[in-house]
Design a protein around this ligand. Structure first.
Ligand code: PLP
Length: 400
């Protein structure tokens, strides 16, 4: 018998080697108590959270929590059904209405996760014989959507407009083409040149899908994302998003102005063949989305935090993923996985949680400490974060 697990041996070996150094397992952390969007108890210690993607800090918003509790009381704990059978409640419709208003678009479809939104939309609209042209650093859910739909994948160099154009020009003019882009790329926190990319996509007859998972709620005047900030939202055919970041709960969605969009509810397998979100979740999401429409003060504060942290870390001598703060993600580049894991642990001992990202999930096989800021981080917390980075960085020898 061939052990089907033998393919994992290199990963098991890499993990064992890392843990043998005595470092804490970075993928096994437990949040014992969560005090606020920015503070939790981990390993019995009060810890500042700097790796949650909870950009707008909506998880503890009073109105959001009240809406969830009310829906739990009135509609029960779950729908026990698909959106196309018994799983569409009033709350799902209200959530879709809130999204349509938030984006000023005609159609909105709520999925159980953002992963399923990409999986569902991409696999349903791009099938065998169609082409999906995507940035090589695209999220796993985008690649999985392509694989599920059986479309031909054409990858181009990260954020390279010329490479995208070259690939598009090589494809048969009459073929179905979907260009898939992200507003903010979550590994380095860099923003896509959507304006130019969407222009060349349209010139070459492609439809465009933009995943705004890491920009919704924060970037753009109304928080609609990078496409809004660059003035090209009207040219985007499909916007994908998630409730698991700025919205502060779980779920995913697609919004669009395509006149035939509603047919997707009958043919999109990751929408049809799974249970819908619990009533409490859609109620919290709808309330949060409506509040985010009026979140300009929070957006301004989050930009301040992001710029402050970026400058502070750069001045301390850390190598960062972008020259300037482009989003609420600041990636600190580590020399290798071992030192990255040691630095991650040293920060945790200081009472600071960040995400450790390692190959193969990262671009160019980098090890990254990914920091994501929250609109609820105070100025004092950002100063404290910088102090903890300085102490840990000196102790591990990453900075002098
Ligand atoms: C770009 C991007 N798209 C989609 C997703 C999936 O979102 P969800 O957590 O709702 O499944 C993520 C989550 O990390 C993401 O970063």
């Amino acid at each position: 018998m061939t052990d089907l697990f033998s393919k994992f041996d290199p990963l098991i070996q890499q993990r064992e080697t890392l843990l043998a150094t005595g470092v804490t397992d970075p993928y096994n952390l437990v949040m014992e108590k969560v005090i606020s969007p920015t503070v939790a108890i981990c390993n019995g210690r009060e810890t500042i959270l700097l790796g949650t993607y909870n950009y707008m800090g909506m998880t503890f918003d009073e109105d959001v929590i009240a809406a969830g509790k009310d829906a739990l009381d009135k509609f029960g704990s779950g729908t026990t059904g698909s959106r196309v059978l018994n799983g569409t409640y009033q709350g799902h419709k209200e959530c879709e209405e809130a999204l349509k208003e938030f984006y000023a678009m005609d159609h909105a479809m709520v999925f159980s996760t953002g992963y399923q939104a990409n999986l569902g939309i991409i696999s349903t609209i791009a099938g065998k014989g169609d082409y999906v042209i995507l940035d090589i650093d695209s999220h796993a859910s985008i690649y999985d959507g392509c694989a599920m739909g059986n479309a031909e994948i054409v990858a181009f160099r990260h954020n390279d407009v010329e490479a995208l154009e070259k690939r598009l020009k090589r494809l048969p003019p009459e073929a179905g083409k979907l260009v898939v882009l992200e507003g903010v790329y979550s590994m380095l926190g860099d923003v896509a040149p959507l304006k130019e990319m969407i222009r060349v996509s349209k010139e070459n007859g492609a439809m465009v899908l933009v995943d705004e998972a890491h920009s919704m709620g924060f970037i753009g005047e109304h928080g609609r994302g990078v496409a809004e900030a660059q003035g090209v939202l009207d040219d985007v055919d499909f916007v994908i998003g998630t409730f698991s970041k700025s919205v502060g709960t779980v779920g995913g969605f697609c919004v669009s102005n395509h006149p035939k969009f509603e047919i997707l509810r009958l043919v999109c397998r990751p929408y049809v063949f799974t249970a819908s979100l619990p009533p409490s979740v859609v109620a919290t999401a709808a309330t949060s989305i409506r509040k985010l429409m009026h979140g300009s003060n929070k957006r301004a504060h989050l930009w301040e935090n992001s710029k402050l942290l970026h400058k502070g870390l750069r001045d301390l001598g850390f190598t960062l993923g972008t020259a300037e703060a482009q989003s609420a993600i600041i990636a600190v580049i580590m020399p290798d996985l071992e030192q990255g894991a040691m630095m991650w642990e040293a920060l945790l001992e200081e009472g600071l949680y960040v995400n450790l990202a390692r190959p193969p999930a990262t671009p160019a096989n980098m090890t990254l400490l990914r920091c994501s800021l929250c609109a609820e981080h105070s100025r004092a917390q950002v100063d404290e974060i910088l102090g903890r980075f300085e102490r840990a960085g000196k102790r591990i020898g990453i900075i002098g």
